[in-house]
Ligand binder design. Structure first.
Ligand code: ZN
Length: 282
């Protein structure tokens, strides 16, 4: 599996002491070598998923601004966000793993949210449908938080199946047991869930739904904040758990690509990403 990344993720979009920092990419680049560089997504790519007014807010920001309680936007954030979406697009094209920031899965059609500016994985899905002769895309999101932005974007789109496993109740509050649809599966899990819990629901709920959908492309919103040492959440997934989640995700369709979402423990993040890479390739 190709790595897709860019030195600019560690340079652009400075967020100060925020947990979603440039340091996340720096520690990953120190550990992982040899990636292919994406080009930025175009405005057309972004507007397949987001309203023009949101694009304008981010494009025209000239000084550090909070777009919601915890979402920073700076003068270079638009450039970073286009490059992050471009990384996801390239990963979908080559079957790679996009090591990008800012993350994307909380970004709603019409607003930035939860550290996310544009929804990278959603933009990659729509671009794949536009250019890769892919009709049915399944997005499997195992970030610890509900992927409410991705759900919002594809709510009325039967060509994209969205599956989210997440701690619940928890930020952002959505994704509860009643929130389901024809091409939407939410798997809320209680705080303290382990590898065993994740792998059980993956086998019992996720695999049958994705297989029935017969995706031509599987995109993984790969967050690592369900890890037992992550400072932001309360789950107990281990390195071995992420390796196995990746292995099983790759088995869900003929082609798989992954996009980095959360993961905020700088000491453990590199080896968790490596473990997932091993799983995707096994
Ligand atoms: Zn998260």
């Amino acid at each position: 599996m190709e790595l897709v990344s860019h030195a600019d993720y560690a340079r652009l979009h400075p967020t100060g002491r925020h947990p979603e920092s440039r340091e996340r990419i720096r520690v990953l680049h120190e550990r992982l070598g040899g990636w292919i560089e994406p080009i930025p997504a175009t405005r057309d790519d972004i507007e397949r998923c987001h309203v023009p007014a949101l694009v304008e807010v981010i494009r025209t920001t000239t000084e550090p601004t909070l777009l919601d309680l915890d979402t920073v936007c700076t003068e270079t954030s638009y450039e970073a966000a286009l490059l992050a979406a471009g990384g996801a697009i390239e990963a979908a094209r080559v079957g790679g793993f996009a090591i990008v920031r800012p993350p994307g899965h909380h970004a709603m059609r019409d607003r930035a949210m939860g550290f996310c500016l544009f929804d990278n994985v959603a933009i990659a899905a729509r671009r794949a449908q536009a250019e890769l002769e892919v009709e049915r895309v399944a997005i499997v999101d195992w970030d610890v938080h509900h992927g409410n932005g991705t759900e919002d974007i594809f709510r009325d789109d039967p060509s994209v199946l969205f599956v989210s496993l997440h701690q619940w109740p928890f930020y952002p509050g959505t994704g509860g047991p009643e929130e389901q649809g024809e091409t939407l599966l939410n798997v809320p899990l209680p705080a303290g869930s382990t590898d065993e819990d994740y792998l059980r629901v993956f086998e019992e709920q996720v695999e049958p739904v994705v297989r029935r959908f017969e995706p031509q492309l599987v995109l993984v919103s790969a967050g690592f904040d369900a890890h037992e040492a992550d400072p932001l959440a309360g789950m107990l997934v281990t390195e071995a758990g992420f390796r196995e989640l990746a292995r099983r995700s790759a088995a869900l369709g003929p082609k798989v690509a992954a996009v980095l979402e959360g993961g905020y423990n700088l000491e453990t993040l590199p080896r968790l990403v490596e473990a997932a890479l091993e799983g995707f390739m096994s």
